[in-house]
Each structure stands twice: as C-alpha cells, then as structure tokens.
Design a protein around this ligand. Sequence first.
Ligand SMILES: [Mn+2]
Length: 416
Amino acid sequence: MSGYEEAKKRYAAAGIDTDAAIARLKTVPVSLHCWQGDDVGGFDSKDALSGGILTTGNYPGKATTPQQLMQDIDKAMSLCPGKKKLNLHASYAIFEPGEFADRDKLESKHFKKWAEYAKERKMGIDFNPTFFSHPMVKDGLTLSSPDEKVRRFWIDHGRACIRISQYFAEETGIPCVMNIWAGDGFKDVPADRLGPRMRYKEAFEEILSEPHDPALVKPCVESKVFGIGVESFTAGSSEFTLSFAASHPGCLPLMDNGHYHPQEFVSDKISALLCFFPELALHITRGVRWDSDHVVLFEDETREMAKEVVRNGALDRIYMALDFFDASINRISAWTVGFSSWQKALLNALCLPNAQLKKLQDEGRFTELMVMQEEAKMLPFAAVWERYCEEEGVPAGAEWLKEVKKYENDVLSKRG
Ligand SMILES: [Mn+2]
C-alpha cells in the first residue's frame, strides 16, 4: 500500500475523505502577487518605495523588466500546486518604447500584455491602484489630501483602475477583485482627524461611481493600523474601512493579517465579517512584530485562518490573495514557500473532522474537543499533501528547491 493509501485509510477512520478534499482545493483560486518579484518596484516610476511600506534585503537577480517578471512568475507558479490568479498593481503598467501615461491617465492598453499573459495561462487577474511611490503623494497623503489637485489626481487614478479591472474581467472571463489601499496618514499627532477621513470617504465614493459591472469588478477597501512614517494616524483604519464597506453595497472589506495590532487575529475576525458581508477578501501575509510582510509559512495563525474559511463554508465567499515581499532571499523561493504554505493550510483545513469537532463544542464536551483537536494534528497530512502535488504535477517536498537553484544559476545570476 502506498503512503497515500495508508494515510487515506487513517483519515477515513476519522470520517475524512481526502480525495474529496484534494478535488475541492483544485477548484479554489488563490491570487499570487506580482510584487514579490521585484521588491514592489513596478515599471512606471523610478521613485523609491513609499506609503509606509518597506522592502529590506538585496538578494541578486530581481526582475527589472516585464519579460523577466513574467518569466519568474511562470517559474514560481510551475512549482506550486493549486488554481492561480495573478495579482497586479497599477505600477506594473507596460508601456511601448517612448510611451508613458501617468497614473491618472492609465488605460487598458497599458495592461494588454498582462491580459494576454493571463489568458494564455487560463488565469484571472486581480488589480490594485497604486497610491504610493509617486511624486503626487503630498505630505504622505493621496485620496485624503486637502490639496484638491492631489486628491483629483488620485481619484482619477482609482477610476482608471476600475475601468482596467473591468477590462481584465472581460478579457479573462473571471471577476477581478480591485483593492483600494492607501497609506494616507500622519507621522505625528494631527489636529484634525475627521477632515482627512471625510475626504477619504468622499474620494472612495467618487472612485466607486465609475461605471462597472458588479458581477465582474469586486472593489475592496483594505484597512491598516499604521505604516512606517505614519505612526500616529492612518485615515483608512479598520473602523473606517469596515464601516465604509458595510454602508456601500458591492464594496468588500479586505483584511490583511499584517495590518492589525500584534495580538489581534484575523482568524477571529473572519466569522465576524461573514455574519454581515456576502463576500469579503483576505491578504495573507506574515507580520513579525509589525507589518513586516515576511513570507507566509505553514504556521499556527496561517492554519487557523484557513480553518475559518473552510469550516464556515466560505471558500466561495472569500477572495484570497497573498501579500508579502522579502528581498533578502531568492524571490522565486519566497513565492513558492508563501503560496504553497497557504495551499497546505487550506488542504489541512479540508482534512479536519470539522463537523465532529463542532458537535463536541455544541454539546459542551470541551475536554474531548481539546483532545480531538490535538489528535487531528497528528494525522498523516504529509502524505495527502504529496498526493495533491503529484496530481497537480509539481514537485512535493524540497525537490522544488533544486529547480529554483538551477533557475538561479541559469537565469537570475545572468541578470545585470
Ligand atoms: Mn495588503
């Protein structure tokens, strides 16, 4: 009997159908973010990264052209099991030689190459306006700026991104999740908090007024507790974005698990939002003491978040995307570990005796609940993961690292 057949029997004895778990996971799209590949650099601006986010590290071989980035994404995706979507930022517009359009003037033609890339791979695309790393960010503010010219520029950028999102959805035939996050805030104690937030709210409303098909474009608003250089005030706080989404039908709340105080857990927030929102979105990351955007690992909170998605029957209600960037290690490996970790977390959640555990809780049998939850951790999950990878045609175990090393030697090390 193979390792998987043995494992399947052990799971079956606990009431779990591992074949069904694998089959289900194959249908669940997860969005891979392009920005791990070039340290959030983008192609439209030479401005340093700003907006309260920061990459650290200088590992050689990062992508500096669209062709290189596409090649690297292909490599990473070839090593990860699961159904993929591509997550793009507006700063990744691809211009013809001599062509340029500023962010407020972006058009779908500037993303035609990405649409073709995704269509060839039968993937959907998610999209993000880029409210950072640009000279029109004034005093750390974009959509909430008191300067009408600044605010107008960024509103026009947001509206352009709605049109591009609609284009992506029409081209790929798959809905496009468009996430609005801006790091607007103040380094030190402000004198007026309401003014910026009211301007921010009205700017969001203007962006969302851009005509779009709500079945194709899914606008989201992402909150954040603080960023580097804006420690005292962030316009788009959790209360702000949740209230905005709740009061604007069609707008989804997006929770990034790096964007809360270190003792707040998104795994606990998912069910709270599921009570009120038909759909919501997640950015999956790993914050170490702050929103550090470390590579996602198969660790406790990652597993707990996936459990909440799966056992609440919300795989079709929650749009899932990775969001991290580490410039200190091989970037293909960063993508592969991060994407695979979330896949492992989802598969693990699909292979838990969720109904039985819920029953123990409802019957107040908390001793057994603790014992059974601990026992479930000892089920032979590795064999199920290996079978999933095998069926998806990707290397299981650390075999994939050999391929990354070879790619580093053959491709990355030859980049200037
Ligand atoms: Mn995020």
